[in-house]
Every structure is written in structure tokens, then in C-alpha cells.
Design a protein around this ligand. Structure first.
Ligand code: ASP
Length: 439
């Protein structure tokens, strides 16, 4: 059994958290490869080391005094080193970092130092080999992650290492310059390492006990999802549920490796298993609910539009012309409706309407703003009759008007459009009808 374990920033925010993480690694021999994030927040008001590094670099780059912020960063790491009673001196590393800041090594280089230093500390504390991610994670000359090159080289390198720490979040371009993934990208590194070593499991340790059925800011104390498929998770994340970095499922998915989300502060909790496919029956008919606000809809109506070849294409090309991405497109007999992000759309609204008139000569075009979309996701929906009925009667009872319904042909999700003002009440009503009633 071989596991890759990734720890998020809050799991490594100070010496106390570091100890918990190391205990977890030591508890199972199979936890051979460790991917750390940079120290995160120790409390709500705290700052992430990554943010401090960006701040510090920006000050240094514009020639302003950066010493105060630099001292804060040093302080964070020395608290960890001292708390772990390590015989380790990071002075040389900090001198080098400062020198590289002066040489303008780049914001990505700066941000990556949080993971780099945490990696050094973790390797020392565990007695594992440290492997600099810049040597094994490759980006091409345009800064795009090179998955196949990385996979081959990382696999070769790790074949000879029984146990290693590989810092998350960054790699290097062909000229050696450090390049990071987008924020939260250590999740991606963990997944890349799991793929390269053919891990049996990718454990992602964080500060929540798994993926929740609904947003805890809307539904108090929601249930944790036991098992979820990659596709279900993808749909929930697209709609705003954030546990893992969106791109982190792709490397492990290629190899069918499951991801297990676990809580560093409550290691006994079962967590959530993310899998390609499973026979495990979901506990409820739905797996999860997520939603996003800030949409508007553009409805185009024209009698007999179904007989007009190319009608939809012509309408969509108007949105394309203005670089507006389309989120959903339910259609009726003589109507098609296009959902777009209000913030992307506002600036071009009138040009788009004029463009549609020119393109298809519609009977009329109508717009509605301040809409929210809610996705009810679940592999269990396919086999269960009456799911849509339950959703809509729950919404009717809560006196919520449904603006749009879109059931994907996968029968794995139903997307519902409601007014922004009804967003939270709608999510609560759906949660109650499927989950609360079963408790
Ligand atoms: N430290 C980086 C961030 O704050 C990457 C990560 O934690 O995954 O975004």
C-alpha cells in the first residue's frame, strides 16, 4: 500500500499543527510521500505566509522597505523550527531568498518559498528525503504545466526514493525560473505525485471533515458526504463548492486513484472519498447542493425558430464576439435562453441585444437580472423516481418561484434558476427535503 499525503496550510500553520501532521504520517507506513503547503492562518485574523511573501516581494520590487514583512515571515518559520525542537538553521535560506528578491526573481518564486521552506522543515522532522519541486515539476516555456514530462521524470526520480517530501504549489520552466500553479495549487502537486508513484490513495488533509452536502454558511452543520464521484464533485465545484483545487482531480483521475479528504484536527473522522465510480449507495438521493449568484438571462423569442437552420449558432456567435462565456442554455419551442455572468455581461449588454437583432431578427429579446443558479447533484438521482417532484414541491412550500429548470442528460444533476433573493431559502428547502427528513 502506497499513499501520498498532502497537508493544507492550516494543517501546517504552526509547530502544534506540524506535530499533528507528522503524527498522521507516522501512524501508517504506507504514507510515503508528503506534499506540504505553506503555513496558513493560525486563526481568522491571521495572514497566510503565501500572502506575506507576495506582499514582501512587491515591496522589494518597487524599492520600498520590505524588512518588516520579511521579519514576519522569518518569525513564522522560526516558531515552527523552535516548536519542533529541530536543530536547523534557516539563515542561509533566508539570505538566499532576500538576494533573489533583490535580483527580481519573480512573484512566483517569492510565493513558492512558503512551500519550499515548509518542505525542508517537514523532511527534517520526519527524516524523509527532501526533493525540490523545481527539479521534478515542469512547466513549458509558456508557463503551461507539462503533465507528461513531469510524470515521466517524477516517476523515475521517486522510483529510487522510498520516502520523500515534495513541496506543493510550484515547479520550474525550462530556463529554471520558478512557476506556481494558481492559488491553492498544492492540491494539484499532491495529485501529480500520486499519479507518478501509482499510489493506492491520495490523502488530502485539511481543516474540514470532508465535502459537505451544502454550504455551511447557508445550512447550519450540514452532513458530510461519505463518497462522491469525480464527476459529481466537478459539478459541485463548478457551482462554487470549494474543498479541492478544481484542477487537482485530473492527474489522479487518469490513473483511477481515489482521493480521500481528511481532517488533520479530527483524524478519526471518516472524511470523504472521491472516486471514479462506486457501487456504494449514497446515503441520500442527492449527493450535494451548491449554487452561485450573479447571473442574468437573455431570452430570444422568434416564431418558428426551430425551422431556421443555424439560429442558435448565430445567436451564440454574438456572445462570442464580445468574449462572453455562456453558462447555461435552456430552450423552449420558440425561445432560447442564455445564462451569463452578470458582471461579464453588463458592459456589453446593449451591443449584444443589437447584435442579436442583426443576426436573427427575433420577435423580441428579454433580459432578467439578479438570478442565482442552484445545482442539485447526485448519482442516486438516476435510479430514484420523483426527485424533481420532491425538489419542486419543497420550493413551492417555501414559496420560491422557479425561473428555470435544466436537467442534464446524465441525470446526475438538476439545475434550478431562482431570484438571487431566494437563493439561500431554496438551498435550505432542498437540503431539508432530502437530508433533514432522513435524519
Ligand atoms: N500556499 C498556496 C496558497 O496559499 C498554495 C496552497 O496552499 O495550496 O495558495
Amino acid at each position: 500500500m502506497k499513499k501520498v499525503v498532502k497537508f493544507g496550510g492550516s494543517s501546517l500553520a504552526n509547530a502544534k499543527q506540524f506535530k499533528k501532521a507528522a503524527d498522521i504520517v507516522r501512524a501508517e507506513k504506507s504514507r510515503k510521500y508528503v506534499v506540504p503547503s505553506a503555513p496558513g492562518k493560525r486563526n481568522d485574523k491571521d495572514e497566510k505566509v503565501t500572502d506575506l511573501l507576495y506582499q514582501c516581494y512587491d515591496l522589494a520590487a518597487e524599492g520600498s522597505a520590505y524588512n518588516k514583512v520579511f521579519a514576519k515571515i522569518k518569525e513564522r518559520f522560526s516558531e515552527i523550527v523552535e516548536g519542533l525542537e529541530l536543530n536547523m538553521n534557516l539563515a542561509y535560506e533566508f539570505d538566499r531568498i532576500e538576494e533573489n528578491f533583490r535580483k527580481k526573481a519573480g512573484r512566483d518564486y517569492a510565493a513558492s518559498r512558503g512551500e519550499y521552506l515548509n518542505g525542508l522543515i517537514m523532511a527534517e522532522y520526519l527524516g524523509y528525503k527532501f526533493i525540490d519541486a523545481a527539479e521534478v515539476i515542469s512547466f513549458d516555456e509558456n508557463g503551461v504545466f507539462d503533465s507528461e514530462k513531469t510524470n515521466t521524470e517524477l516517476r523515475e526520480r521517486l522510483e529510487h526514493e522510498d520516502r520523500a517530501v515534495i513541496p506543493g504549489f510550484y515547479g520550474a520552466m525550462p530556463d529554471g525560473r520558478v512557476k506556481t500553479f494558481s492559488r491553492g495549487g498544492s492540491d494539484i502537486t499532491g495529485s501529480i505525485v500520486a499519479r507518478a508513484v501509482h499510489a493506492d490513495l491520495y490523502e488530502n488533509w485539511t481543516d474540514v471533515s470532508g465535502v459537505l452536502v451544502a454550504d455551511p454558511h447557508i445550512v447550519p452543520d450540514p452532513q458530510v458526504i461519505d463518497a462522491i464521484t469525480y464527476s459529481e464533485l466537478r459539478e459541485l465545484s463548478y457551482m462554487g463548492a470549494s474543498v479541492l483545487h478544481e484542477e487537482s482531480i485530473f492527474p489522479v483521475r487518469k490513473e483511477g486513484i481515489p482521493i480521500h479528504i481528511r481532517n488533520t484536527n479530527r483524524p478519526k473522522d471518516r472524511g470523504t472519498l472521491i472516486v471514479e465510480s462506486t457501487c456504494r449507495k449514497p446515503r441520500y438521493v442527492i449527493t450535494g447542493i451548491a449554487g452561485k449568484r450573479g447571473f442574468c438571462s437573455v431570452t430570444v423569442e422568434k416564431a418558428m425558430m426551430n425551422a431556421e437552420v443555424g439560429f442558435c449558432r448565430k445567436v451564440l456567435s454574438v456572445f462570442e464576439k464580445y468574449g462572453i462565456s455562456i453558462e447555461h442554455m435552456p430552450s423552449g419551442i420558440d425561445t432560447m435562453t442564455i445564462f451569463v455572468h452578470q458582471s461579464d455581461f453588463e458592459e456589453y449588454e446593449q451591443s449584444v441585444i443589437a447584435g442579436i437583432h442583426r443576426a436573427v431578427d427575433p420577435d423580441f429579446v428579454e433580459m432578467e437580472a439578479d438570478l442565482a443558479l442552484i445545482a442539485v447533484v447526485g448519482r442516486g438521482m438516476k435510479a430514484a423516481r420523483g426527485t424533481a417532484g420532491r425538489i419542486f414541491s419543497a420550493l413551492a412550500h417555501a414559496r420560491i418561484n422557479v425561473k428555470m429548470i435544466d436537467q442534464g442528460s446524465s441525470e446526475r444533476n438538476i439545475i434550478i434558476g431562482v431570484k438571487d433573493a431566494d437563493f439561500e431559502a431554496a438551498i435550505k428547502a432542498i437540503y431539508d427535503i432530502f437530508v433533514t427528513v432522513e435524519l
